[in-house]
Design a binder for this molecule. Structure first.
Ligand SMILES: NC(=O)c1ccc[n+]([C@@H]2O[C@H](COP(=O)([O-])OP(=O)(O)OC[C@H]3O[C@@H](n4cnc5c(N)ncnc54)[C@H](OP(=O)(O)O)[C@@H]3O)[C@@H](O)[C@H]2O)c1
Length: 274
């Protein structure tokens, strides 16, 4: 029996960065939530206690601890276990009567909310409609994941999400280092560079990736490209990232039909093979 006065009673086990965005979003959607923690504060419960009162149990602990946490909880018939990990199979919560994945595609560092993000949902037909409806009520955009998801598909899906978030941060770290080497104030670098990233992303959303690509590779300005590579060497930085990104930009510029065969050959000669 549910203790919920809302639509469902939820237990959220582990109160870290994801849970601190998830819990308010669930409550704002009219759901009833208890927080289960290893060291409960006032108003919170121990994990086993929280699970006893819940219909849906969210395991918002680090990926490597999802299976061990699920194994310790007192499951009962009718409960649904959910995890929010894009990298973890549903088999990790096998002790639960049923399982689903609800993976917000948003980088959460403790101060972000979920609103507007897509959420990858891995669920059987019995649970998918309720999860999609909940996602919409939370202001999220449901994204259907293949269910069941093969291990290679899961790895590819998660690698893409990581590339789109933390991968971009790694690119910006190189950009910041280059500015530092040029004597620009490091404190202003992110504020000045990230609008370039945001502008490129806005253009890509409107025109697609090939239609948005710009810069020396897309213009076949090989002299500028050569000086960029020299700048990295002069700064004592590895040019592997710039080389790899330039080869990907070349493919985008080719897809956009922006380069002649001669320009492609010249650029390839400057970039070498991966
Ligand atoms: N952060 C993101 O950007 C993001 C985005 C999408 C999905 N996710 C997913 O959300 C889940 C949680 O990630 P997170 O970023 O919120 O992690 P987190 O900030 O490290 O929080 C995880 C919480 O789990 C509990 N915990 C830590 N170690 C534990 C252990 N050994 N055993 C049991 N519980 C433990 C702790 O909560 P208590 O102190 O309350 O016990 C901790 O605050 C992961 O599956 C992750 O893949 C995260």
């Amino acid at each position: 029996m549910s203790l919920s006065s809302g639509r469902r009673a939820h237990a959220v086990i582990g109160y870290g960065r994801l849970a601190r965005a998830l819990v308010p979003a669930l409550r704002a959607a009219g759901e009833t939530v208890v927080i289960g923690r290893r060291s409960p504060a006032a108003g919170e419960l121990a994990p086993a206690e929280a699970v006893r009162a819940a219909d849906w149990v969210w395991l918002t602990v680090p990926d490597d601890h999802i299976a061990a946490t699920a194994a310790t909880l007192p499951w009962r018939a009718g409960q649904l276990a959910l995890h929010c990990s894009g990298a973890t199979p549903l088999s990790a919560v096998a002790p639960a009567p049923a399982a689903a994945g609800f993976h917000p595609l948003k980088l959460l560092a403790g101060d972000a909310d979920l609103a507007g993000a897509h959420v990858g949902i891995e669920a059987d037909p019995a649970h998918r409609p309720a999860l999609e409806a909940l996602a919409r009520a939370m202001g999220l955009v449901p994204l259907a994941l293949p269910t069941p998801m093969s291990a290679p598909a899961r790895a590819a899906y998660h690698a893409a999400a990581n590339l789109a978030a933390s991968g971009v941060l790694a690119v910006l770290a190189d950009a910041q280092a280059l500015w530092r080497s040029a004597g620009l104030a490091e404190g202003e670098a992110l504020a000045a560079l990230t609008p370039l990233t945001q502008g490129a992303l806005a253009t890509a959303l409107a025109r697609g990736l090939p239609g948005a690509v710009s810069g020396p590779v897309a213009r076949a300005d090989v002299g500028v490209l050569a000086r960029h590579l020299q700048a990295l060497a002069a700064a004592g930085l590895d040019d592997d990232l710039l080389q790899a990104l330039a080869r990907r930009q070349l493919a985008l510029a080719q897809a956009a039909g922006r380069l002649s065969e001669t320009q492609v050959t010249t650029l390839q000669a400057h970039l070498g093979k991966a």
